[in-house]
Design a protein around this ligand. Structure first.
Ligand SMILES: Nc1ncnc2c1ncn2[C@@H]1O[C@H](COP(=O)(O)OP(=O)(O)OP(=O)(O)O)[C@@H](O)[C@H]1O
Length: 274
């Protein structure tokens, strides 16, 4: 089931666009359309001021998306989806389900989105503090990242490019799941050990390199041909936190090949570092 992933600032018009997409794909293309809407789970926008509740929200939406993606309909995921690493995880799910996806960035300016917010019913409004925090944390999608591609950037006055969106979903081949995205059984009893070693080695290499390299240098990644670009100084605590998150993620996406594991962690790390 192809996925249309919406992303944008709070009150930018995501639900409005999701409704237009639903209308088009159900009446013009004749597809069943399933709308998975963050606002159906969020009863109170205060949730965004609590990091752990927000994390729970993302995980609920991701599980729901994984449940729905295997059916034979179009799935529209209408939500902020503002974290790059989260969009990457959703991409891995569609890829492992051998389905296509595209991203629609509702590119309304923060000033306009705030104006729209203030015109909404009070129960749907974001407080100034939460609105500003979400705008600050927003990680703009980039069509050069394969998890954001193909990317459609929509301005408030634009008509949706329905035909191009349909072509992106139906006239492209779904990416082939590889070992890094397919849920394979644990084929090696050494997997957890390897996971621990391979990721630790990469973190150590970045930490060590920072003692002698400068910002802008590239660091070779053990067990991989990838090069890590030092865009700034990275703290060990930050790298270790992402490594722990990756270990949890990789346990559900086990691989049986150390270079793949290293490449997978490299991608995860670079997509989670701001
Ligand atoms: N292009 C637009 N021009 C003017 N007003 C708009 C536009 N798009 C949406 N709106 C209005 O802005 C408000 C918010 O729209 P909408 O619910 O679609 O945003 P959203 O991004 O889904 O919000 P949320 O962040 O709560 O999910 C609504 O009152 C809607 O009518």
């Amino acid at each position: 089931m192809p996925l249309i992933l919406l992303t944008g600032f709070p009150s930018s018009g995501k639900t409005t666009r999701a409704q237009q997409l639903k209308e088009y794909f159900s009446t013009v293309v004749g597809k069943n359309v399933v709308l998975l809407c963050e606002n159906d789970v969020v009863k109170n926008k205060q949730i965004y001021s609590d990091a752990s509740k927000e994390k729970e929200l993302r995980s609920t939406l991701k599980s729901e998306m994984q449940r729905l993606i295997s059916q034979d309909d179009i799935l529209i995921l209408d939500g902020g989806n503002y974290i790059k690493g989260y969009r990457y995880e959703l991409y891995c799910s569609t890829k492992s389900n051998k389905t296509t996806q595209c991203t629609l960035h509702i590119d309304t300016s923060s000033e306009k989105a705030w104006g729209q917010n203030m015109k909404r019913e009070e129960t749907c409004q974001y407080s100034q503090e939460i609105f500003d925090a979400l705008v600050m944390r927003y990680e703009t999608p980039d069509g050069r990242n394969r998890w954001d591609a193909p990317l459609f950037t929509i301005q408030p006055e634009d008509e949706l490019p329905f035909e191009s969106i349909a072509a992106a979903l139906y006239e492209r081949k779904a990416p082939t799941p590889n070992q890094s995205t397919q849920s394979l059984p644990l084929t090696s009893t050494n997997f957890l050990y390897e996971l621990d070693c391979v990721t630790q080695e990469i973190v150590n290499r970045v930490v060590e390199a920072q003692k002698t390299c400068v910002v802008g240098d590239e660091v070779s990644i053990p067990n991989s041909n990838e090069k890590f670009l030092l865009k700034r100084r990275y703290q060990l605590s930050e790298l270790s936190r992402i490594r722990r998150q990756f270990i949890s993620f990789a346990k559900t996406h086990p691989v049986d090949d150390i270079p793949r594991l290293a490449a997978m962690f490299f991608q995860y790390l670079t997509s989670h570092l701001v």
